[in-house]
Design a protein around this ligand. Structure first.
Ligand code: KG4
Ligand code: ZN
Length: 354
């Protein structure tokens, strides 16, 4: 039987609603990004994010229904990101989903944001993007590298309800490191795409940066690498450690910015790829997938494909960054083995370890 899920994602600074059929087909996807608002502050300001969600959530839901030519009778279930994420942002999505599930009498599924990023890889059809969808769904056992603004982790599963974390970052997430390095270099938010663009004209060997060290095989650490970039920029500009980081960009020329961007990006990617390859060799999965905003990085995709003798699966870039379609996809597979959650009692889970 066909199942259409209306999914809501508001964990950070995107208000997104999608209608997804059978976990693999997007009927409609609306992503209302606050990037233009947050850019002015160089990052996400939680209160501003929450206020913006309140303003747009209901129109975005209506747009998603209209774009799919659906009314509420066509919707079989509602899904929402329950966490992890910003409390104020999650609240808007969860309260909206609770209210709709109760008033429209629909089953409600609460989805973990990171599992959502993973299940973006189950989507094989929908609007046409510049990059194609995967032709087939991932086959278990699966090794997943999740790389986003809030998370960096390696995960394994032998079936849909068996996801376990084998390694995670001990401090900053890789996307966060990209965003902070971008700030030091005077590049716009979000840092991932702007660092990638600057790096295209840069020499990745120009500045020697350390490879982060942790004493467990699959954990990560990015704060040392981020600080190493700051120190190298201060040195390059002839400034001391206490020189304010936000004053540095003015002292760099365009070539220096590109060389720093390339040196940092290359080192961060080498680090991610080395750990993922090690996990691949140990666990011998049938499929390797990448998910999360940084999975949109072409150099990361290329480096991983060169290191691992399997076709690496990834979603079109718009489905790598935060979106509701991935939440609808995960909810479908969740519904196969889990009962819906009671809309009266579902709460947000701002920190939700898997
Ligand atoms: O998954 P996501 O949209 O939000 C979180 O759940 O955190 O990831 C956002 C992160 C940001 O840090 C952004 O800089 C990074 O993904 N990002 C990229 C690219 N596009 C977005 N990083 C590298 N290359 C990209 N093309
Ligand atoms: Zn995310």
């Amino acid at each position: 039987m066909n199942m259409k899920v209306l999914a809501i994602e508001t964990s950070c600074d995107e208000t997104s609603v999608a209608i997804v059929e059978n976990g693999d087909t997007i009927c409609s996807l609306i992503v209302n990004s606050q990037i233009d608002i947050q850019k002015a502050f160089g990052g996400v300001v939680p209160e501003i994010a929450a206020r913006s969600h309140i303003e747009v959530i209901l129109p975005v839901i209506q747009q998603a229904l209209d774009a799919a030519a659906c009314d509420w009778d066509d919707i079989d279930a509602i899904a929402v990101t329950q966490g992890p994420g910003l409390l104020g942002s999650l609240l808007i999505g969860v309260l909206t989903a609770r209210t709709l599930a109760w008033s429209m009498q629909k089953p409600l599924y609460a989805v973990h944001h990171i599992l959502g990023h993973i299940y973006a890889n189950w989507i094989t059809a929908g609007p046409v993007y510049s990059t194609p969808y995967p032709t087939a769904q991932p086959e278990f056992p699966i090794l997943a590298l999740i790389v986003s603004g809030g998370h960096t982790q390696l995960m394994l599963a032998t079936y849909h309800n068996d996801w376990r974390v084998i390694g995670r970052t001990r401090d900053d997430a890789v996307g966060e490191a990209f965003d902070k390095v971008a700030k030091v270099l005077g590049l716009p938010y979000p840092g991932g795409p702007s660092v990638a663009k600057a790096a295209e004209n840069g020499d990745s060997q120009k500045y020697r940066l350390p490879m982060p060290q942790v004493d467990t095989p699959y954990d990560f650490s990015f704060s040392g690498l981020k600080t190493a970039v700051l120190r190298a920029v201060q040195r390059e500009c002839g400034k001391q450690h206490d020189f304010p980081s936000f004053e540095l960009a003015k002292l760099l020329n365009q070539q220096q910015v590109s060389d720093f961007a390339a040196s940092f990006q290359t080192q961060a990617i080498k680090y991610l790829v080395t750990k993922t390859k090690k996990a691949f060799d140990e666990f011998q999965p049938k499929t390797v997938i990448i998910g999360g905003g940084v999975a949109a990085s072409l150099p990361l995709r290329t480096a991983l494909s060169e290191a691992i003798p399997l076709e690496i699966q990834y979603a079109p870039p718009l489905l790598c960054t935060d979106n509701a379609a991935m939440i609808g996809a995960r909810a479908y597979f969740q519904s196969k083995s889990e009962d819906p959650i009671d809309p009266h009692s579902v709460e947000t889970k701002p920190s939700w370890p898997l």
